[in-house]
Design a protein around this ligand. Structure first.
Ligand code: SAM
Length: 310
């Protein structure tokens, strides 16, 4: 089967990756569904939209995260725990399906950076390790914003007209979430870094910033989303953040292909394109494919589809 670079494939990434050649991907930066309560791994665009609209006027919930995503409190009793635990195990099994395929198509030394929620990042990490990758780090993306999530006890008691409400001002069931984790794994090297780099053009990270400072594993002070990122997708990552990851994790080389199996609105693909890399993506939800193509077309450095194969 022939493959074109610099495009997004429509379909389930587990099936699409099966058709990709072995050891063809230099770097994967991806943001799979986070196993929030209803999204699970069976992402439903219409359900995401319905629930997101329901919380638009809420004063307590994070606006762009749909109601029911597991951030809105919920009952943490034994029954909830059992359901939640089974759901986590099922999520891990699903992760294993795509991490196995991803391992097969990555080149030796290829870095893989996967976003996930604070609650489920460990599940993805274990699936990646079980597939053969080894963990290099867990990077932190620091957002510098956010409000405490979950149950606001004072608000709840006030609604119940409980006279103790005031005593509980400031008590919540969760902290203000200021960071997101990105698990960073790598496919084993060919003997050592230098031999790997010579053979596959990947393996080491760029650790000195433009101002001469050393890049730490905390990514912060990156500009927020700009209006060009207002696409009809509820979980668009900031382009500056993804460009920083691409630039840090992968040396620029014509044979280095950046891959995103959960493309969403296409941020990783746009970042790769703007930095001059070849790329390929997969997205299961057909509604998002035109969004991705539009973003790629209107972004800087748009390349005509490259008919070369990989
Ligand atoms: C969290 S979003 C990614 C958002 C992206 N980072 C961005 O900036 O736009 C996850 C995406 O994965 C897609 N998805 C879910 N399951 C998939 C699968 N099995 N194969 C391919 N895409 C899938 C969803 O439709 C959703 O668009």
């Amino acid at each position: 089967m022939k493959f074109e670079l610099n495009k997004v494939y429509s379909g389930d990434c587990i099936d699409v990756m099966k058709k990709f050649p072995e050891e063809s991907i230099a770097c994967c930066i991806t943001d799979p569904p986070y196993n929030y309560e209803f999204i699970g791994h069976k992402w439903s665009d219409s359900e995401v939209k319905r629930r997101t609209e329901r919380v638009q006027d809420s004063k307590t919930m994070v606006k762009n995260i749909p109601y029911g995503s597991g951030l809105a409190g919920g009952v943490r009793n034994a029954r909830w725990y059992e359901k939640n635990r089974n759901n986590d195990l099922e999520y891990m099994r699903w992760c294993q399906l795509w991490t196995d395929e991803l391992f097969r198509i990555c080149k030796a030394g290829a870095p893989v950076a996967v976003f996930n929620s604070n609650r489920s990042i460990a599940h993805v990490q274990i699936a990646l390790e079980n597939s053969g990758f080894y963990t290099r780090d867990v990077l932190v993306y620091r957002r510098n914003s956010g409000i405490p999530r979950g149950l606001n006890l004072e608000g709840k008691l006030e609604k119940m007209e409980n006279p103790d409400a005031e005593k509980w001002i400031g008590w919540h069931s969760a902290f203000r979430n200021e960071w997101e984790g990105i698990v960073l794994v790598q496919k084993p090297l060919e003997n050592n870094y230098w031999e790997t780099l010579q053979k596959t053009n990947v393996g080491v990270f760029k650790t000195v910033n433009q101002d001469g400072s050393f890049q730490s594993n905390i990514l912060e002070n990156l500009s927020k989303k700009d209006k060009s990122e207002k696409y009809s997708h509820c979980t668009v990552k900031p382009l500056t953040l993804i460009k920083k990851l691409v630039d840090t994790l992968c040396p620029l080389h014509e044979e280095n292909i950046i891959f995103d199996p959960f493309a969403g609105s296409g941020t990783t693909l746009v970042a790769a394109q703007e930095l001059g890399f070849n790329f390929v993506g997969v997205e299961i939800e057909e509604n998002y494919i035109p969004i991705i193509n539009e973003r790629l077309k209107s972004s800087k450095l748009h390349k005509e589809l490259n008919p070369s194969l990989f």
